[in-house]
Ligand binder design. Structure first.
Ligand SMILES: Nc1nc2c(ncn2[C@@H]2O[C@H](COP(=O)(O)OP(=O)(O)OP(=O)(O)O)[C@@H](O)[C@H]2O)c(=O)[nH]1
Ligand SMILES: [Mg+2]
Length: 230
């Protein structure tokens, strides 16, 4: 009985490994398609404020850069409808049940978008703090949004996402007093789990902290453009 169980477990591990390997190879193909633009994969729990952060960021960036967005959700095109109001090109991908986007879905989405001359492509992943961490989409880097309403203990509880992120946006700081969240303790925990990540305290509602986040993003766009120009 134990041997049978081990065999099944081994088959499960082999299957997961081959799914991830297939995804990695498609992600590499996407990365070739994305060689002339910065691609940011925005990840978080549901409702942390990814779309709200995008709406404000796009309005601030759209006069200076050519932008596009791929929205990922299990169902509905509600987020794409919100993004459309900013005037930025957007397409919606519905996973139909899957808890993350994968490289194949992105490839299909890319075929529907005109990416000629685009400087910055945002991908908003499905709201989930676990699954999207394992799937490379061909992006330059992931940015994790963590909202103050989720509590300051999440980096240590869900470390994979934070470890893989170039930046963390601590959103909804306009609520910090009401929530009595200790932002210093959160920063310390973030530093312990993901020392590589640049951390910004922001509010998509009031715009607090956006200047720092957008300056950082603009510098990343310019770094990518410098690579393109050789
Ligand atoms: N107070 C406050 N509310 C915010 C802020 N950012 C977003 N919200 C609210 O939080 C809720 C969820 O925001 P969304 O932007 O839809 O979050 P999301 O991460 O895109 O959600 P999913 O795509 O469903 O995962 C909405 O009611 C927003 O108005 C913020 O900085 N402060
Ligand atoms: Mg959203």
């Amino acid at each position: 009985m134990c041997e049978g169980h081990d065999h099944k477990e081994q088959k499960r591990v082999n299957l997961a490994t081959s799914v991830l390997a297939a995804n990695d190879s498609l992600a590499q193909e996407n990365r070739d398609i994305f060689k002339d633009m910065l691609v940011v994969n925005l990840v978080s729990s549901p409702g942390s404020g990814k779309t709200s952060i995008l709406e404000r960021s796009l309005l601030e960036l759209r006069d200076e850069f050519s932008l596009a967005v791929i929205e990922g959700d299990v169902f509905t095109d509600r987020d794409a409808q919100r993004i459309k109001k900013t005037g930025v090109s957007v397409i919606q991908i519905n996973t139909g049940g899957a808890c993350h986007l994968d490289a194949k879905m992105i490839r299909k989405g890319v075929d529907q978008l005109d990416l000629d001359g685009v400087d910055l492509l945002f991908i908003e992943n499905v709201g989930n703090l676990v699954c999207p961490a394992g799937f490379d989409l061909g992006e330059d880097f992931k940015v994790t949004v963590l909202s103050t309403t989720e509590g300051d203990d999440k980096p240590a509880k869900y470390p994979a996402m934070f470890k893989k992120s170039a930046a963390v946006l601590v959103n909804k700081v306009d609520l910090k007093e009401a929530l009595e969240i200790d932002l210093k303790a959160l920063d310390a925990e973030l530093f312990e789990v993901s020392p590589q990540a640049t951390v910004f305290h922001v509010s998509a509602k009031t715009g607090e902290g956006f200047a720092g986040w957008l300056d950082w993003l603009k510098a990343e766009i310019k770094k990518k453009q410098a690579i393109k120009l050789g």
